[in-house]
Structures are given as structure tokens and as C-alpha cells.
Design a binder for this molecule. Structure first.
Ligand code: 5GP
Ligand code: MN
Length: 335
């Protein structure tokens, strides 16, 4: 393990740095990574942000996202950068399985590995960590890292503030999840002071749907929502044909699961999508229903108590059946 002072000492000299984040990066993955990217660049480091897959088009406006290297499309260059990096920052994940095909390169890399993350049960691949599973977002931890660990608030530019605001906003469901503490609001207020144009960020994220995406949402609400009142549970099961019919792309299903949770009285919501090579599952809950426990026990995944994900190689109908068969085990918490 590396001490903060040793990391600080390293960062006094120009370093070759790679930042990476999880597969299918969301607003917090991109926001925390780009915030850190701009801060490190501002201090003269050579920085590359490499992501393991594509990301939603509603993030294509983010400052610096055009510089991002998408691993599968530039594998050779990315592997070289990872191998030669003095420091690797791993953001918004704590288990190398979350970076899919990039995992072997990062695992074998000689550089110092710094993990900044808010998910449960870190695997332990890191040399230094800024980890807090009570943080609302990894972007919140990056803010804390810059302001409190490095006493460097004055280096926060509008691009950094915008990136971090986006991360906190998306991971808190626009400041409404239980994780949204007074401290989160104070940080977000400070980011607005530092140049994050909050209304513009909301506009970019929420008013950028394609017509297809909205029609897909309407279709799912009308034809794919199933409510199971006896367990206060609701689910969407979306087939691979549905995805084709509506030309669904990365990010188009983001937020869909929340519509199931928005039905009055519903305490557990699932979005089950047949992505052909595997069935992907997203769970959301209210109160003490442990989505992460369900995902890790039955669907090879994990996450937070109230928001988690997993997958299965079983057929879609079987995954839906498995999900339903779990509900009686949680009857006490669900009803
Ligand atoms: P989502 O349902 O939006 O894909 O993910 C919700 C939360 O669960 C996120 O915090 C994400 O990091 C976590 N998560 C999603 N899929 C997986 C998975 O396959 N494995 C693990 N460990 N966590 C996941
Ligand atoms: Mn996050």
C-alpha cells in the first residue's frame, strides 16, 4: 500500500498517467474520470483516459470526451499506454472484472494503481485507494480527493466542475436518492460556484433523446411492464427483437427501470434485457431490500443496496423465472 504523501510526492513530477473506468461507462464513470483527467492535465501530466466500451450519446457533449480512447477500437495503442503508465487511476469500479477485456493489461501493468470508488467489496488490486461506499458518486470522491487530500480547490476549472457535477447528478438520480446528503448538496453548490452550469447539464442529459428512444419507452410502458402486486415488485422484460425494432443504442435503456419503481407501492424493480450474448439485469429498490445481494447471489453481479446489476447466460424466459422465484425469499422485506 502506498501512502497519500508518497502519491503526492510522485505527482510533483510529470507522470505518464492512464485513467480508466468501468464497461459501459455511465454519467458518474465519465464525469469522475473526465474531472480527474482535466485536473491532472492542468498540473502538466501526460494523461490518457481509456474506457473499456462505448458510452451513451447523451454524454457526447462532455468536456474532453472527444479525447477518450475506446479500448476495443484502439487496443494496440491503449495496451501500450497502460503498460508504460507510471500511475493508473481506476475510477468507479473496484473489481477488474468490471473492465472486461482490459482487465489483463491493467492487472499486469507495472505502474502504481490508484482506485477511487464507492462500490462495496473492493477486490484489492490497488496500491492506493480513496474508497467510501457511502459516497453518492465517484465524482464526489474525486472532488474530495482534489479539495481535501490535495488542498487544491483553486485548480478546479469550469470543465472539472462540469464533469464532477454530471457524475454526482446522474448517480443520485438528480439529487433524489437516499445517498443525497447535505454534504452532497454543499459540494454541488460549490461546483456551481466553480463554473458548472447546472441547467445546461440537465438539458444535455435529459433533453437529448432521439424520437426512437421515446417511442421505445412508450412501447415498454405499454407492452413490457409487469406488476406483481403480492410482492410489490415490477419488472420490464425486453427482448432482443424489441431492441432491434426500435434501433436501441447504448444509453437508450438508461433510466427505464426507474419507471417500474415509480409505480405506487412498488419496492423492487427490475429491468431484464436480452442482449443476445447475455441477459443483463438491473435492479432498483426502496429501503432495506438488498439489490446487490440478489445480484451477486443469483446473477453474477453486484452494486449498491438500492441499485445493482448482473447478468446471465441463460435464456431470457429462464432469467425472468429465476427472478420471480427469488421474490418469496424476500417477502418480509418486500411486503
Ligand atoms: P445498472 O443497473 O445501472 O447497470 O447498475 C447499477 C449499479 O450496479 C451500478 O452501481 C453498477 O456499478 C452496478 N453493477 C451493474 N452491473 C454490474 C455487474 O455486472 N457487476 C457488478 N459487480 N456491479 C454491477
Ligand atoms: Mn458511480
Amino acid at each position: 500500500m502506498l501512502l497519500l504523501n508518497e502519491l503526492k510526492e510522485k505527482l510533483t513530477k510529470r507522470q505518464k498517467i492512464v485513467i480508466t473506468t468501468h464497461f459501459k461507462p455511465d454519467g458518474d464513470a465519465m464525469g469522475s474520470s473526465l474531472g480527474l483527467y482535466h485536473w491532472l492535465k492542468g498540473h502538466g501530466h501526460e494523461v490518457d483516459l481509456i474506457v473499456p466500451s462505448d458510452y451513451p450519446s447523451f454524454l457526447f457533449w462532455m468536456p474532453g470526451q472527444d479525447q477518450v480512447i475506446v479500448y476495443p477500437t484502439n487496443k494496440q495503442k491503449a495496451d501500450q499506454l497502460i503498460e508504460n503508465a507510471d500511475i493508473l487511476f481506476c475510477l468507479d469500479f473496484n473489481n477488474l472484472s468490471r473492465i472486461h477485456d482490459m482487465a489483463p493489461s491493467v492487472r499486469n501493468a507495472k505502474g502504481t494503481k490508484v482506485m477511487i470508488d464507492h462500490h462495496l467489496t473492493p477486490e484489492g488490486f490497488d496500491d492506493f485507494r480513496h474508497w467510501d461506499n457511502h459516497a453518492a458518486a465517484t465524482a464526489q470522491l474525486v472532488y474530495d480527493f482534489i479539495v481535501n487530500h490535495f488542498d487544491d480547490r483553486s485548480a478546479i476549472t469550469p470543465d472539472i466542475a462540469t464533469s464532477l457535477y454530471t457524475g454526482i447528478m446522474t448517480d443520485t438520480g438528480s439529487f433524489r436518492f437516499q445517498s443525497t446528503t447535505a454534504e452532497v448538496h454543499l459540494i454541488v453548490a460549490d461546483l456551481i460556484t466553480l463554473g458548472a452550469e447546472n441547467w445546461k447539464i440537465h438539458e444535455h442529459i435529459f433533453n437529448s433523446s432521439t424520437e426512437n428512444r421515446l417511442k421505445f419507452l412508450g412501447f415498454c410502458l405499454l407492452n413490457r411492464l409487469e406488476v406483481i402486486p403480492e410482492y410489490n415488485t415490477a419488472l420490464f422484460a425486453v427482448s432482443s427483437e424489441d431492441l432491434k425494432t426500435f434501433n436501441v443504442t447504448t444509453g437508450d435503456t438508461e433510466g427505464l427501470v426507474n419507471y417500474a419503481l415509480s409505480v405506487s407501492g412498488i419496492r423492487l424493480a427490475a429491468l431484464i434485457i436480452d442482449r443476445t450474448e447475455r441477459v443483463k439485469l438491473s435492479l432498483r429498490s426502496i429501503g432495506d431490500i438488498p439489490c446487490n445481494e440478489i445480484c451477486s447471489a443469483y446473477f453474477g453481479g453486484g452494486g449498491h443496496k438500492n441499485a445493482a446489476g448482473g447478468q446471465s447466460t441463460e435464456p431470457m424466459t429462464q432469467v425472468v423465472e429465476t427472478f420471480k422465484s427469488i421474490l418469496p425469499k424476500y417477502k418480509n422485506l418486500l411486503t
